[in-house]
Design a protein around this ligand. Structure first.
Ligand SMILES: Nc1nc2c(ncn2[C@@H]2O[C@H](COP(=O)(O)OP(=O)(O)OP(=O)(O)O)[C@@H](O)[C@H]2O)c(=O)[nH]1
Length: 557
């Protein structure tokens, strides 16, 4: 089954269109796939980079704070000075001023009693139950974020709608010169610290791009930002082998999500924080969608352009063929005055034109030869037909002519008899029938020979012919028998004509025979007769009587 359209024009257009799609579509899919993947990877790298830089900033800052506390704890002032030495207080207050996010720095003795503190806050308070103190006795410590327990009421109130005061703790053991623990130096850094760091790493267009940065603990608790929308849940599982993943964060919208670990320096424990950056997939991949749309539209536009080009090319190639087909039809219709100027001629079309022109010339010359042959043949047929007609006429004539006497023969006699009968029926003018027979003709033949007999027959027939009118008919119906028809003649008139004939024959000398006589039977035809044979039979009967009565006489009915 052929599904292609019949027209060359549409067929070529369809084939080229399908070809365009076959070439364009894989190209589109390839471009779409490669570029889309690249863009997604780029976007993922960017988000991962942001998460990493933020995590690194947090790591660095944590380490710096930890190092500050460690170094201060190792100074000879803290190792040797008396708890009441005001230099201790000045030293920690200098540290606090150097880094404004320190909300409190204090030095507690091995029993957990605060002996030195910034602004004398919690002075003499017992912090032995606080985790930082317990851990700080053993070594350098960074504590996870926690709400202010003792200091909350002592610190100046937070501005705005800030949540509960939360700190992260740094602690370091203070050893005396003999290496014995003489206390723990602790510092509480306000959680605003994290806000500052994240703000510094956040790109300026983050809000517009929907980029959000989160810090989550190892227990999947979001500790930054301090306020998050209800229902937001960080990804439960993060595939750390991939720089980026996709998660709905407990909501309907999907986010492209990247994360990086905060790696604080702690020999005993780890905070296990993760910086997680998210961006709505719809925003993150908008360039991908734009690219896909552009590539798709480009491919479609290319296909449409190719289709139009294919149609145009097909028309251009098809037009000469259509024109040649028109010429071929004109040749078929017998048009010899053809124009062979074909537009858009290619070499192939040129060859086709030459072939068609030569075919047309051959056809025209053959047609002319055929027409000439036909004309010749027709002429010949006409001539032959005329000859045949003439021969036929002659044959007709000869078929009705008695060769011996030149009179009508029996066939002609019967035909004329029938004609006269019909004429009588139509015109109601009866004719007369005469049957004539030479008397004792056998004797003539027997005595003088057959040739003489023939001569007698000719002479008698001439005499009969000469005696009757031209309009009368004389025919030889048998050996020495004659039929004479006298149109529009009554019996009486016929009897007179018959007598005249008989007399003329008898009076005509027939050397060497001498004299011959004839007997004549006369009968009139009647319009009521059933057929022409009736008068002939009647005339025959009269002839018989004439013979019986002695011959050389006329008998009528
Ligand atoms: N020479 C010649 N003789 C013919 C021709 N046709 C017929 N005959 C002869 O005519 C003769 C006719 O003889 P019959 O029929 O006996 O008649 P008839 O002798 O004339 O006798 P009646 O008619 O009784 O007077 C025959 O001898 C035929 O051979 C012809 O064309 N030429």
């Amino acid at each position: 089954m052929n599904f292609l359209p019949g027209s060359f024009k549409y067929r070529l257009t369809l084939i080229l269109g399908v070809l365009a799609l076959c070439v364009g579509l894989p190209g589109y899919l390839y471009l779409d796939h490669i570029y889309a993947r690249q863009l997604v990877a780029d976007r993922g790298q960017a988000l991962h980079g942001l998460a990493t830089s933020t995590a690194n900033a947090l790591t660095e800052n944590l380490r710096e704070r930890q190092r500050e506390v460690d170094l201060l704890a190792q100074t000879s002032l803290f190792r040797r000075a008396d708890y009441a030495d005001p230099e201790l207080t000045r030293s920690i207050e200098r540290l606090q001023q150097s880094y404004p996010h320190y909300s409190w720095i204090g030095f507690a003795d091995p029993q957990g009693q605060v002996r030195v503190s910034t602004q004398n806050l919690l002075l003499n308070a017992n912090v032995s139950a606080r985790p930082w103190f317990g851990a700080g006795l053993k070594g350098s410590y960074v504590g996870d974020l926690h709400s202010a327990v003792l200091l909350a009421k002592l610190l100046p109130p937070e501005s705005g709608d800030a949540g509960p005061v939360r700190f992260i703790d740094f602690a370091s053991p203070v050893l005396d010169t003999a290496g014995r623990v003489r206390g723990v130096l602790g510092a509480h850094a306000h959680w605003r610290w994290a806000t500052d760091i994240v703000r510094n790493t956040t790109p300026g267009n983050a809000k517009a791009e929907g980029i959000e940065i989160f810090i989550i603990t190892k227990d999947r608790e979001i500790i930054y930002p301090e306020k998050v929308a209800e229902g937001v849940q960080p990804p439960s599982k993060v595939d750390t082998s991939q720089p980026v993943g996709f998660d709905r964060w407990g909501g309907a919208e999907e986010y492209m999500t990247a994360q990086a670990a905060v790696r604080e320096r702690s020999p005993t424990q780890t905070l296990g924080w993760q910086v997680v950056v998210r961006q709505p997939t719809s925003v993150a991949l908008a360039p991908v969608r734009t690219l896909q749309r552009a590539v798709l539209l480009g491919t479609l536009a290319m296909s449409v352009i190719l289709l139009f080009m294919a149609y145009w090319i097909a028309r251009r190639f098809g037009e000469p063929l259509e024109q040649l087909a028109a010429r071929a039809r004109q040749i078929e219709q017998g048009n010899e005055d053809l124009q062979w100027v074909i537009p858009q001629r290619s070499i192939e079309v040129e060859h086709l034109v030459d072939a068609l022109r030569s075919t047309a010339a051959t056809l025209i010359s053959r047609r002319r030869a055929l027409e000439d042959a036909n004309a010749h043949l027709e002429k010949k047929v006409e001539e032959r037909t005329a000859e045949l007609a003439r021969a036929n006429e002659e044959l007709q004539f000869l078929a009705r002519r008695d060769a011996l006497t030149g009179m009508g023969n029996r066939l002609a006699s019967m035909e004329r008899l029938h004609e006269e009968f019909l004429r009588m029926k139509r015109a109601d003018k009866p004719y007369a029938t005469l049957m004539l027979d030479i008397d004792h003709f056998k004797r003539v033949n027997d005595t003088h020979g057959h040739a003489t007999g023939d001569a007698v027959l000719r002479e008698v027939s001439q005499t009969i012919r000469a005696t009757v009118r031209d309009t009368d008919f004389v025919g030889r119906t048998g050996g020495e028998e004659f039929l004479v028809l006298l149109p529009a003649t009554s019996l009486e008139e016929a009897l007179l004509v018959a007598e005249k004939i008989r007399t003329a024959v008898a009076a005509t000398p027939q050397p060497p025979v001498g004299q011959v006589t004839i007997s004549i039977g006369v009968a009139p035809a009647h319009p009521d007769d059933a057929n022409e044979d009736m008068s002939v039979s009647a005339a025959d009967a009269a002839l018989y009587r004439a013979k019986e009565s002695g011959r050389n006489r006329v008998a009528g009915i």
